[in-house]
Write a protein that binds this ligand. Sequence first.
Ligand code: NAD
Length: 491
Amino acid sequence: MIQFTSHGDYGNWVDNKWLDSSSENRISVISPYFDKQIATIPDSGKSDLDIAVEKAKSAFPNWADTNIRDRAQIMFRFKSIIEKDMDNLAALIALDNGKTIADAKGSILRGIEVIEYATSLPNVLNGESSDVGPGINCTMTHEPLGVVAGITPFNFPVMVPLWMIPLAIASGNTFILKPSEQTPLAGLKLAEYLKQAGLPDGVFNVVNGAKTIVEALCDHQDIKAVAFVGSSNVAKIVYNRCSQNSKRSLCLGGAKNHMIVVPDADTDSTAKGLLASSMGSAGQRCMAASVAVGVANIDHIIDQLVEEARNFKLGVDMGTIISKTALDRITGYIDEAEKMGAKILVDGRNNSPPDDYKQGYWLGATILDGIDPDWPSAKEEIFGPVLSIIRADTIEEAMKIENNNPYGNAAAVFTTSGQIAKVVSEKASAGMVGINIGVPVPRDPYSFGGWNESKYGHGDITGKSGVEFWTNLKKVTARWPESEEAWKKYF
Ligand code: NAD
């Protein structure tokens, strides 16, 4: 049960304490379960950022000099504090974002995996050293950058910040988080946990706000790197703005993930895989497969999928949509596809809201068949619980459809044929591929990141690639005196 609770008026988190913003403008945080304000945050401006950056800058030298083992110990404590407070944190995510409690907990656990990887950084950042010539030795170490920042989306208020914070901080940087203005509360909770874990003042800071503060982060000359996760159009804006400021950035964007379904696939697990991938998190995740490309006749799989989708319960199997605006956008895609001639196999517009949350923004699982690859529902990111089915005659045709989509986050194939699985995984134009897995999120130490218009910048956000993003390589080449006199005189 999600309880309505009011969280009052927040400021920013700077130097391990709350700080009022100088901005008069406030942003309302609305719970999508109740259509009611649960908190307000400041729409911070450049002067708020300047204060946070100043504190982060002063904290950097000591933090960068802190032994990597001690930094990792703080990550161990951070992990255990989150685990102990899991119920409260999950309830806050649910209230703020609209997830079910089970979904919220699942997302926290995935974020914790990145903290676990950060605890292993003493083994990852141990440098390299070898003799490269007579009497000449080279060592290579990862050095922190300084003050760095992360800008995050609404859909995973804890998991996505945790893709960034543990690796950036454990690598020795000081950090400024700009959480989504739609779901900022859980990110602020992370600040309190980090303080409890013993993180020194100024190492982690949160500046709330929206477009103005994002632009200020991109422009600030003392911020050395920005990681962004959100929609592709904003990812591109942030990437270009950071590049103009000669700032390193990695910007993950939106997605339109395709699942290629072949008749020889196992019926039960494929139907379940399609459903979980397209409807999990109410379809509001960049790993949601929102298009199923059925090769030849896959009606036996679709029949089971439809039956299972009809049993999907709002508030139990699926949470809410984030906002009324998003709900209208998503139903707009369904209305339009219907007008264009789509067959609506399951219509989520007809679902009634759960009794306890009648004011919430609800939409049931929706499955559209007979979608043309050129329709908006096939090409654009709907970001809701809507699965579009496109029919293809051959694997080649299916791969053409997948390859033509401008995004490239993930793709999946459901088949029992090794040959087909191999061809699809080789030909898919996507950074993450699933074979009989609908949500192919790589587990650490394998890194997370897409291709094409799902990502601007080089590398991935987690795993070793994430550490590379938050650090610079230093190479030291040394030659020592070889004369016997030099050492003999001391023995
Ligand atoms: P969004 O792009 O609207 O917002 C993301 C961040 O950008 C927020 O912090 C927001 O304040 C800021 N922002 C929004 N508009 C801006 C503007 N015009 N200028 C500067 N900053 C701006 O995204 P969202 O709606 O919060 O999240 C959903 C999107 O995120 C989807 O497209 C989803 O696919 C994507 N996403 C991608 C990944 C990934 O790993 N690729 C993961 C999660 C979400």
